[in-house]
Design a protein around this ligand. Structure first.
Ligand code: ATP
Ligand code: MG
Ligand code: MG
Ligand code: MG
Length: 569
């Protein structure tokens, strides 16, 4: 690819609404652009990365014996009525009508559709196991889309579904997929952990999440410091033995603990782009309030002064607004500054629990990065309780070692669904004795678009992205220095460009003219994160040398021109 013909779309400044590094770098490196809340366009560089991820996923699933299919994103409501999920899915599901007034949904997931295929296409135990997958867009009307493609509304998922005649067969395929997932995440070059998980909305029994370790992650993983035990915190609590638990000690800040109605009101009333402005909510308690909560302060991380408490006075919500002075009184903040406020954990959690149980909203308690509860599920009192009860220092449920907490990004999730969907949709096959038998089902998801962000969270520095080789948009970048003064420089650069491409490398040749300074060219390549960079200059060529730098290393080196290709290979 020639830079002169390419849309690199890099930008210097980090947009104010991007709070985590991957979101900032994806915008700055020109990978994506936001169309509307939770909706992103993939630009050429981003799309190259996506395709790389998809290829690895496809190769490993094909190798594991799964069959690729492609189902429509738009699905008839009837199927969802059959499983009872048309209503049960709640606000996450985007519903629509066609011109004949028939109900449809934009698929948030595809269990219903694939089970419909299975009941029509599979008739005998002899055809089983059968494992289908697709790489397809999903739409989930996330209450709070955020962090760019990390939690978007439309996103690409690899979703897979397997069908079985008995539990033994399901166990075997579940294991097979578990192994395939490990190979996929190994090849993607990610630092991850498979963890025991609850199966949530999907129903069923066994379940593992694949968590990419990152401080910005929204999930918390509890793992034993001296065994293989790892579980997401909800699950760790569920399997934890009763007994003495260490007392929480750290101080933390309560952030992002909005009441659903309140936030919706705020957004509507002030037309606030939620990702951009609402960063921190501070909740304060009072003896005399009916709900035990009277003050609510909204703080935008970047625009502290734009959203002040008095601006929110008109908000009518289940929470009453206190005057700004009173809030300041309560939290002891100096005028002009509205937080954050450090409060002891038990205090915070008790208030958050009250908030949650009263209004059924989710909470995300950050501060010392302790825990977080997802928005889309029925996050309630019990889940906050669960998490509250896990602190470092607790004994591991496996009996070995003590629990430590890490933050993670859920990039994959596998479940044993049992007969939840096959029963509802009457997906039977004839068994060995010629008797109709309800099939058992497994399901396997990977967040393709989320992986791009997760990879960046783990691989970056202050100059930009540092792609793992397997998913880099280009493997090699070539910068000819002052080519307008030296035809030989351009000649050598062109020759390297052709040779490397013939060897199968994807190469970005920065052939932009002298209006783009070398400094800008270097900065762009580092921002985009190309693993190998070759600089061709007059001075080097005089000694038969080019300059080489690996993106992940600090040092550059002079390499003989005729050895540079071997070095990269
Ligand atoms: P989360 O807990 O983050 O909301 P989930 O448990 O609802 O995710 P699953 O139903 O398990 O998601 O879907 C499979 C995978 O799809 C997830 O592991 C995740 O990687 C990805 N995914 C889910 N929701 C989103 C989203 N809103 N944006 C991007 N990727 C997503
Ligand atoms: Mg979700
Ligand atoms: Mg989840
Ligand atoms: Mg999940």
């Amino acid at each position: 690819m020639r830079a002169s013909r390419y849309l690199s779309a890099t930008v210097k400044e980090s947009p104010a609404d991007a709070v985590i590094i991957s979101h900032q770098l994806m915008l700055r490196a020109g990978l994506v652009r936001k169309l509307a809340s939770g909706l992103y366009t993939w630009l050429p560089t981003g799309l190259k990365v996506l395709h790389k991820i998809e290829t690895i996923v496809r190769e490993e699933l094909d190798r594991a014996g799964a069959l690729e299919v492609l189902m429509p994103t738009v699905q008839p409501a009837e199927l969802w009525h059959e499983t009872g999920r048309f209503d049960a899915m709640g606000g996450q599901m985007l519903k629509m009508k066609d011109r004949h007034d028939r109900d449809f949904v934009y698929g948030p997931t595809h269990e219903e559709v694939i089970t419909d295929i299975a009941r029509n296409e599979l008739s005998s135990y002899k055809q089983l196991p059968m494992n289908f997958y697709q790489i397809q867009n999903k739409f989930r009307d996330e209450f709070r889309p955020r962090f760019g493609v990390m939690r978007s509304r439309e996103f690409i998922m690899k979703d897979g579904y397997s069908f079985h005649v008995d539990q033994e067969c399901l166990n075997k395929e579940y294991d097979n997929m578990y192994q395939a997932y490990c190979r996929i995440f190994d090849r993607l070059g990610l630092e991850y952990r498979p963890v025991l998980a609850d199966s949530g909305d999907m129903g069923g029994d066994a379940s593992h999440e694949f968590q990419v370790l990152a401080d910005s992650g929204e999930d918390y993983i509890a793992y034993s410091d001296s065994s293989d035990f790892a579980a997401n915190v909800e699950r760790a609590e569920a399997v934890m033995p009763a007994g003495e638990r260490a007392a929480p000690s750290a101080e933390m800040t309560l952030t992002d603990t909005p009441n659903a109605k309140t936030i919706a009101d705020l957004v509507e009333q002030f037309n606030l782009p939620i990702e951009k402005t609402i960063k921190t909510l501070i909740v304060e308690a009072s003896e005399d309030s009916e709900h035990d909560l009277i003050a609510l302060i909204v703080r935008g991380d970047h625009e502290l002064n734009e959203i002040k408490a008095e601006k929110l006075e008109g908000v009518k919500s289940p929470l009453e607004m206190a005057p700004e002075e009173k809030i300041r009184d309560v939290i002891g903040a100096s005028p002009g500054s509205l937080g954050p406020v450090n409060l002891p954990i038990p205090f915070i959690v008790d208030r958050a629990v009250t908030l949650l149980s009263d209004f059924g909203a989710g909470a995300n308690i950050d501060g010392q990065h302790f825990f977080n509860v997802n928005w889309d599920r029925d996050v309630s009192y019990s889940r906050v309780e669960d998490i509250r009860n896990i602190v470092e220092g607790d004994p591991s449920p496996c009996g070995n070692g003590t629990l430590k907490i890490l933050k993670g990004v859920e990039v994959g999730h596998i479940f044993q669904l049992g007969d939840k969907y096959t029963k509802a949709l009457k997906a039977d096959v004839l068994d060995q004795n010629g008797k109709a038998k309800t099939m058992l089902m497994g399901c396997y998801g990977i967040g393709i678009t989320r992986i791009v962000a997760a990879a960046i969270e783990q691989n970056h520095d202050d100059k930009g992205i540092i792609w793992p080789d397997a998913i880099a948009p280009f493997q090699v970048g070539i910068v000819p220095l002052n080519a307008h003064k030296s035809p030989e420089v351009m000649e050598v650069a062109e020759k390297l460009y052709t040779q490397l491409q013939e060897l199968g490398f994807e190469v970005l040749l920065d052939d932009r003219d002298k209006k783009t300074s070398p400094g800008v060219k270097f900065a762009d390549m580092e921002l985009i994160g190309i693993p190998h960079r070759i600089v061709v200059s007059d001075r080097g060529l005089a000694d038969g040398l080019v300059e080489y730098k690996a993106r992940k290393d600090a040092d550059k080196s002079e390499v003989k021109l005729d050895e540079i290709i071997a070095l990269i290979q």
